[in-house]
Design a protein around this ligand. Sequence first.
Ligand code: FES
Length: 118
Amino acid sequence: MPVQYKEVTAENLEWITVATTSDLPNGARRIVEIDGQPIAVFNIANQYFAIADVCSHDDGPVAEGELVDDYEIECPRHGAHFDVRTGQVLSFPAIVDIPAYKVRVEDGEVQVAFPVEE
Ligand code: FES
């Protein structure tokens, strides 16, 4: 069954620690599960980004793909491209954006703003 990502609203976010900064050095990525949903967290040029690790085309593990440009990742299943900063779809065969999440660093912890049950 496909993963159902919750809608992000201003009211339902909780900061979830997913790594320490030393776990996630420049150029690293980490795939974690939050609330049963796979989320990929990237450190690109010492900025952190998080996207859902489920391709909007056919549920492929998009975050396991190659970064083909600074912020552009290619889904390993059929080659759709997404912007890891925003989740925006950039090329076919996907036509729908994937969720992207805000990331912050607090006391050396990398935290993702994730929607929780209200
Ligand atoms: S599952 Fe990602 S491009 Fe098809």
